[in-house]
Ligand binder design. Sequence first.
Ligand code: GDP
Ligand code: MN
Length: 360
Amino acid sequence: MKLYEFQGKKLFAEFGIPIPKGSVIAKTEKVSQQAPCVLKAQVMTGGRGKAGGIILCKTAGEVEAGIEKIFSMTLKGESVPAILAEQLVEIEREFYVSIAFDGESKTPLFIASAAGGMEIEHVAEAEPEKILKLPFDAVYGPKQYELRKIADFLGVRDKKELIALLEKLYRLWKSSSAILVEINPLVQTPNGLIALDAKIELDDDGAFRKGYVPQFDQGDVVHDTITYVQLDGDIGFISDGAGTGMLTLDLVSDMGGKCATFCELGGITNADIAYESLDRVISKNPHVKSVLIVLIGGFNRMDEMAEGIVRYYKEKNPKMPLVVRLCGTMEDEGKRIMADAGLKIYNDLIDAIRDAVGVN
Ligand code: GDP
Ligand code: MN
């Protein structure tokens, strides 16, 4: 299962890998995106830069025209369900780094090149000496001296910074059962290293073994960015990030509970999406006995999420308990909205999970 760039970047952010500030624009949305920015077509095929799927915009007019243009194009036969709009970054150098599997030796490898931004297959063919392949131990992870070798090979300005970033990439690869995690380009900017692109492919079998399959349904992205997967437990579970979602699923199962859903809100969230996700989780599941919502506000505003949750609660009056743990951006406002509606507030994730598991 491949992830879209914006989904991959959300995972990057959750693991502490720097990404440009940005937001996702769905096809149906009316947007006021600020200029200057870069508009990036969200499709699975690579080489979008060359194919015209990436547009740098200086003015508001260019942004408007760019959005229309990208939504009307097809890239290698794929239509564009969403656009990622990001703040421009000043690029000094472009690198390539990835973690992939070597089929022959059956070990994971770091692959790195200072010829970033180009398709790595072309570099491998024309100038193989520009690519470093470094196998590492899948269980114990890469050693410091191995990561230093990569930093030396790339000739980055700040080796410690790169090593720390590669460690985070390894942690992401390890905890998400990824087959491939690729940053091309990883860019050097005056403010440090930033992942300008994200390509992640997850191992379906690996995810399945852990008891969940976070399918990022392509059809879903056309309408919104909610990922919805039916599971066989009785806790209706909603999170606003894939990493948070996976962690919470593990904690729920550690405490003896089972989730009825894996519902992840993706790149865009607002009150309507919070409302819609609750509607889906509750209406599709006669077995749901409690609802657990775990939110970490980064781009997402907790006041907006609380507003959507409260609106659903007041309109539909669900009979099962709603357990909501929210934190981050506009947390205090969100909690006030919840409290005003008479909903219980949780500060601690473990307390929240215990209550959601305990009622069943
Ligand atoms: P891909 O062609 O599908 O791999 O898309 P990428 O996300 O890798 O972008 C391709 C190229 O667009 C990059 O290598 C950059 O040169 C350029 N690009 C993307 N974002 C920015 C940006 O914020 N600023 C500048 N100056 N260039 C960008
Ligand atoms: Mn790229």
